[in-house]
Write a protein that binds this ligand. Structure first.
Ligand code: ADP
Ligand code: UVW
Ligand code: MG
Length: 383
C-alpha cells in the first residue's frame, strides 16, 4: 500500500489536480493527474494515469453548476484511491494577503482568515474554499495545506509594490501582491539565472519579472484584476474611468465588481467569448480586436518589466494560451523584435521547449505550467 498526496489547483476557468506517491522524503510518481477545464463555457474533464493514458474523459455541452462538477471530481478521485492511503491534500489559494507568506496547515482559523480575503480575490477565493470545505467533510482529520499564489512575490522590492496613494493605505496592506506565484515558482526552478520574464497566459493572465529566480516585479496588483487583459477581467485601466462610470451610471460597488471581474476582458471586448479558442476561430471584427488588444498589452507590459529588470535574457510562455497557441506567441514576439526577440517559426508551430531562432538575443521557451508540482512539494514539507 502506497501513501499518496493530492494537489488541487482551483483556477478561474479550470480545476487541475495531481495525485502522487510519497515515501515521506520526496514526491514520487504521479499516479493520476487531470483537469476540468472550460468551466464557464463547455466543461471538459480529462484524467490521465501514470503513463499519460487517458483513463476518464467527459464533456458537457454547456456551463454546469461548479459545486456539482467539484463533487463529481472529488468523488471520482476518492473512488480511485483505494487501496492506497491519502495522507494529505494541498490546495492553491490565490490570496494570502499580509497574513500568509508561506504554506500553512488548514484549520478553522485559517479558513476564516482565507475567507476574510475574499473581497481581495472575489473570483478565486471561494473557488479554493469550496474543495477545502468539501474535503473537510468527506475526510475529517485529513491534513490539508494552503499554498498561496501571492507568497512567491514577497521578494519584490518595496518600490515595485507601492502605489501612489496617501501613505496610510500602504500600512493597511493596499499594495501590489501579485499572483500566479505557484506557477512562477515552478518556472523559477526550470530556467537559468539571469533576467527572465515569464508570461502566464491562461484565463487569468500575468507577467512576472524574475531576477535569478526571484520575483522583482509583476503585472497583477492588490487584486488579480490588474495588468494584462484577461478572459473576463479588464486588466490595467485608468481608475478615473471607473469613477466616471460608477458616478454617471449610478452603479453600486457590487455591480462594478461584477462588470470588472466577469463581463470585461476578452469577453467584454469581443462580445463573443472569454475563451481564446473561440476568438481565434472567429472572423468577427470585435473578436479580432480582442485578440489584438490581448497581444498588444502583453508586449507593452513586457517592455515595462524589461525596464524593471534592466534588460532581458529569457522569455517564457506558460499556461493554456501560452503553451498551446502558437499564433499568440508569434504575434507577441513580433512586437518584441526591438528587444532582440526572434522566433523560429517551425519550432513555435511544433510547441518545442525552445522556440527562439539562432539570431535571437533573447532565449524564448515554453514551460508547461505545473502549479501542482509546487503544491505537492510544499504539502510534503509541511507533513
Ligand atoms: N489545449 C488547450 N487546453 C486548455 N486551454 C487551452 C488550450 N489551448 C488554448 N487554451 C486556452 O487557455 C485558456 C485557459 O487557460 P488555463 O491555463 O487552463 O486557465 P486557468 O488556469 O486560468 O483557468 C483559455 O483561453 C483557452 O482557450
Ligand atoms: C490569479 C489568477 O488569475 O488565476 P487564474 O489564472 O487561475 O484565474
Ligand atoms: Mg491556472
Amino acid at each position: 500500500m502506497a501513501e499518496l498526496i493530492a494537489a488541487l489547483n482551483a483556477g478561474s476557468s479550470s480545476i487541475k489536480f495531481a495525485l502522487a506517491e510519497t515515501d515521506g522524503a520526496a514526491i514520487g510518481a504521479r499516479r493520476l493527474s487531470g483537469e476540468l477545464e472550460g468551466l464557464h463555457t463547455a466543461p471538459h474533464l480529462r484524467i490521465r494515469d501514470q503513463g499519460g493514458n487517458t483513463v476518464e474523459e467527459r464533456r458537457w455541452s454547456a456551463k454546469t453548476d461548479h459545486d456539482e462538477l467539484l463533487d463529481m471530481l472529488l468523488g471520482w478521485i476518492d473512488r480511485h484511491i483505494a487501496p492506497d492511503r491519502l495522507i494529505a491534500v494541498g490546495h492553491r489559494v490565490v490570496h494570502g494577503g499580509t497574513v500568509f507568506t508561506a504554506p500553512v496547515r488548514i484549520d478553522d482559523d485559517a479558513i476564516t482568515q482565507i475567507d476574510a480575503l475574499t473581497p481581495l480575490a472575489p473570483l478565486h477565493q471561494p473557488l479554493s474554499l469550496a474543495p477545502i470545505r468539501a474535503i473537510g467533510k468527506l475526510r475529517p482529520g485529513l491534513l490539508q495545506v494552503a499554498c498561496f499564489d501571492t507568497a512567491f512575490h514577497r521578494t519584490m522590492p518595496p518600490v515595485a509594490a507601492r502605489y501612489g496613494l496617501p501613505r496610510r493605505y500602504e500600512a493597511e496592506g493596499i499594495r501590489r501582491y501579485g499572483f500566479h506565484g505557484l506557477s512562477y515558482e515552478h518556472i523559477a526552478s526550470m530556467v537559468p539565472k539571469g533576467r527572465t520574464i515569464a508570461a502566464h497566459l491562461g484565463n487569468g493572465a500575468s507577467l512576472c519579472a524574475l531576477r535569478d529566480g526571484e520575483s522583482i516585479d509583476t503585472t497583477m496588483g492588490f487584486t488579480a484584476l490588474d495588468g494584462l487583459v484577461m478572459g473576463t477581467r479588464c486588466g490595467s485601466i485608468d481608475p478615473g474611468a471607473l469613477l466616471y462610470i460608477q458616478q454617471t451610471e449610478q452603479r453600486s460597488a457590487a455591480d462594478m465588481q461584477d462588470m470588472l471581474y466577469h463581463d470585461s476582458g476578452l469577453l467584454g471586448v469581443s462580445g463573443l467569448s472569454s475563451d481564446m479558442r473561440d476568438l481565434l476561430a472567429s472572423d468577427a471584427q470585435p473578436a479580432r480586436e480582442a485578440v489584438e488588444l490581448f497581444v498588444y498589452r502583453i508586449a507593452r507590459e513586457t517592455g515595462a518589466l524589461a525596464a524593471s529588470l534592466g534588460g532581458l535574457d529569457t522569455l517564457i510562455f506558460t499556461a493554456g494560451i501560452g503553451e498551446h497557441m502558437a499564433a499568440i506567441r508569434q504575434s507577441v514576439c513580433e512586437r518584441l523584435a526591438c528587444f532582440g526577440v526572434h522566433l523560429d517559426a517551425q519550432a513555435n508551430a511544433r510547441h518545442d521547449p525552445v522556440i527562439s531562432a539562432g539570431t535571437s538575443t533573447v532565449s524564448v521557451r515554453i514551460v508547461p505550467a505545473d502549479e501542482e508540482a509546487v503544491i505537492l512539494h510544499e504539502t510534503l514539507v509541511l507533513l
